[in-house]
Design a protein around this ligand. Structure first.
Ligand code: SDX
Length: 393
């Protein structure tokens, strides 16, 4: 109705847009990218092919994919002046803060022209650039934290292999990409690639709606993802599981804390705004965790604690009543850890995976010429009143 403002905190019942990118059915636990079920893509596709699908809407023909791959490969190098920026961060800087700063720096190095005739050509170049440089920035944020020299991209390697070498390569020794690690990482990135209008994707859309550049919008998305209720949950899950392990595995005590209204603690990795059933990604990641740990010969007691906690939660009335199931973040950290990735880097990994989704959402918003996002409010403050001089207050 015109003139009536309804408040919808957290936009739980608000649709912000029409989108053709990702379909979710929270009741049935269904997730599809451009109509393809996530289970098939995780099993049969690669992250870069899924990125192409999300951004351009179709699975690429062989020639299209070869062109796309070579474009991305040939933009992995970063301007040395951006590397100088990296040198300015202390090793205590959080990798997510370094990542968002390096992405924002692209707006200074590649200013967006306002020439409407160039814009789509420039947008496509921006898409290639950010897809190509994000793994470099992500790996460099880790090197900065470790106090190690950065490793430059190796264009002979594929997307995940190149990232792993930049992450774990050292000037003191040869680095061999482990195909088991690379395949596991590729699958994890596919599972994180998009998730319709989640907090960070909505942030990318609203920042982009002011016609801010793709780089500025992605940097905003990185910062929204950082929060523990969103992409920061994967790090919080491992910290929680480590806490339970240190507590002698007393899952009942932590379940009680999660249900205590006076205790702000929540069971990290559980619950979801949309999924009121199992998060389909959690099912796939849980199975992958078993496979990867077995293949790598890793025995992580935290995995057993996670499975025990899941079993308890699935039988707990409080959780059943609120339809709280494991989400994508509950098991992902266990795999990242087995791949040698430290907990402070887990949300960076989420950002690396979610990048194609953010790009696709931003591009769709711009293609549809959506208006600038500017919601209204219901004012509940003071009525009109007159200024009082300081001396009289
Ligand atoms: C991601 O949106 C997306 O799609 C996100 C994501 C993506 O791919 O982009 O899927 C990725 O962010 C996954 C979620 C990661 N976050 C966590 O695991 C943090 C823990 N989970 C929650 O804080 C919570 O479940 C949210 C934030 C995920 C969802 O919160 P909602 O939809 O706002 O639900 P709510 O806070 O209103 O909770 C409903 C009830 C409340 O109890 P009552 O007031 O009804 O008594 O459920 C309770 C909550 O207290 N509750 C939990 C809980 N999650 C909700 N209680 C204990 N532990 C939890 N984890």
């Amino acid at each position: 109705q015109s003139g009536v403002i309804t408040i919808d905190p957290g936009f739980k019942n608000t649709g912000s847009t029409k989108s053709a990118i990702t379909f979710l059915d929270g009741e049935k636990g269904i997730l599809r990218y451009r109509g393809y079920p996530i289970e098939q893509l995780a099993d049969k596709s690669t992250f870069l092919e899924v990125a192409y699908l999300l951004i351009y809407g179709e699975l690429p023909q062989k020639s299209e994919f070869e062109t796309f791959k070579s474009q991305v490969t040939n933009h992995t190098l970063v301007h040395e002046d951006i590397k100088k920026l990296l040198d300015g961060f202390p090793s205590t800087a959080h990798p997510m803060g370094v990542l968002s700063s390096l992405v924002t720096s692209l707006t200074a190095f590649y200013p967006q022209s306002l020439d409407p005739n160039r814009s789509w050509e420039e947008v496509n170049l921006s898409i290639i650039r950010i897809l190509a440089k994000m793994p470099t920035f992500a790996a460099w944020s880790y090197k900065n934290q470790m106090g190690h020299p950065v490793v430059y991209p190796d264009n002979k390697l594929d997307y995940c292999g190149n990232f792993l070498k930049m992450m774990f390569g050292l000037p003191t020794e040869e680095y061999e990409v482990d195909p088991v690690v690379s395949r596991a990482l590729d699958k994890l990135l596919i599972l994180h690639a998009d998730h319709e209008q989640n907090c960070s994707a909505s942030t990318v859309r609203i920042v982009g709606s002011s016609q801010a550049s793709l780089y500025a919008s992605i940097s905003a998305g990185i910062n929204a993802l950082w929060g523990p209720l969103h992409g920061g949950a994967n790090t919080a899950v491992i910290e929680m599981l480590e806490g339970i392990k240190a507590d002698g595995g007393d899952t009942k005590k932590w379940m009680a804390k999660a249900k205590d209204k006076n205790d702000p603690f929540r069971l990290m990795g559980f619950g979801h705004r949309v999924y009121k059933n199992f998060d389909p990604r959690a099912r796939i990641i849980k199975k992958a965790a078993d496979d990867v740990l077995e293949k790598l010969g890793v025995n992580d007691p935290v995995l057993d604690i996670a499975k025990g906690l899941e079993q308890e939660a699935l039988e707990d009335q409080y959780f059943v009543d609120r339809k709280l199931y494991p989400n994508v973040d509950f098991y992902s950290g266990i795999i990242y850890r087995a791949l040698g990735i430290p907990a402070e880097m887990f949300t960076v990994m989420f950002a690396l995976g979610r990048l194609p989704g953010w790009i696709a959402q931003w591009k769709e918003m711009r293609e549809n010429k959506e208006p600038i996002g500017r919601p209204r409010q219901v004012y509940v403050g003071e009525n009109e009143r007159d200024y009082v001089d300081l001396a009289k207050r």
